[in-house]
Design a protein around this ligand. Structure first.
Ligand SMILES: Nc1ncnc2c1ncn2[C@@H]1O[C@H](COP(=O)(O)OP(=O)(O)OP(=O)(O)O)[C@@H](O)[C@H]1O
Length: 254
């Protein structure tokens, strides 16, 4: 219960507190504070080099903060020991710009490897779930194909299915359509819209697709020089931004 007797405030799923990241002399994230509630879809927008991808990479523990704390589901991702990091990381899946599928494995095998080896599912259980996911992403007929036989858009769908196979609480999407031919972009964005509507996964999405940001996000975070300049619902950020810098950025990309 909240202090006034009303419902307790929703607990944050992701929380960054005072997170600073430097590469050499360059401060890429500067004492960053933000939080994301469970089930929300948040898009990160802002100029190139403003630190958006670095946030996703911190959550994947591909890079480590120089200062600050990061928690996911109330558990510390940083600072934390290896065991704690592994346990928190298990809740987080990521889809990259380049699909990074295993080229020597068939599509279904690409999706079942981590559930078998990391989650400890039996091969049968993992395959059953893998087939369901391939149906979900419209690739049920491609279980026995090698990735090289698929288009870029299809490969990206497999990568999305592979991330979902780990039943993540948080799905990180890093410019997932930017390596695709233009005619394949809409299909992948439609799939992500469906996933956003039909699952309770929390999404953090770096994108240059402002249309997608408008209709999928509950919140948009506008970054500039390693800081959150504005954070709010898309209708506010896109229609009535508070900062001149946001207006300039949107003016250039919309
Ligand atoms: N491993 C690294 N070593 C050195 N500098 C890095 C490294 N990773 C990122 N940077 C620098 O950090 C800054 C922020 O990078 P980041 O990729 O987070 O930006 P971004 O906002 O996602 O940009 P974009 O929209 O172009 O992808 C950039 O100046 C980048 O060159």
């Amino acid at each position: 219960m909240g202090a006034a007797g009303g419902p307790a405030p929703a607990t944050d799923l992701i929380r960054f507190s005072g997170v600073t990241k430097r590469f050499g002399d360059r401060t890429v994230l500067d004492s960053l504070d933000f939080s994301v509630h469970p089930g929300k879809h948040v898009t990160l927008i802002g100029p190139s080099g403003s630190g958006k991808t670095t946030i996703l990479r911190l959550l994947m523990t591909l890079v480590k903060p120089d200062e600050g704390t990061i928690t996911v589901g109330g558990e510390r991702l940083w600072p934390a020991n290896e065991k704690e990091i592994r346990s928190v990381r298990r809740n987080i899946g990521m889809v990259f710009q380049q699909f990074n599928l295993f080229p020597h494995m068939k599509v279904l095998r690409n999706i079942t490897e981590a559930p078998v080896h990391v989650l400890g599912l039996s091969r049968d259980e993992a395959e059953e779930r893998g087939r369901e996911l391939l149906d979900l992403v419209g690739l049920g007929a491609y279980t026995d194909s090698f990735p090289s036989r698929l288009s870029g858009g299809q490969q990206q769908r497999v990568a999305i299915a592979r991330a979902l196979a780990m039943r993540p609480k948080v799905l990180l999407l890093d410019e997932v359509t930017s390596a695709l031919d233009p005619e394949l972009v809409a299909g992948v964005l439609d799939l992500l819209r469906d996933i956003a509507r039909s699952t309770d996964v929390t999404m953090l999405c770096v994108t240059h697709e402002m249309g997608f940001a408008k209709d999928v996000s509950d919140c948009v975070m506008m970054f500039d020089e390693g800081r959150v300049l504005e954070y709010g619902p898309p209708e506010k950020i896109f229609s009535a931004p508070e900062h001149e810098r946001t207006r300039e950025f949107l003016g250039a990309v919309l």
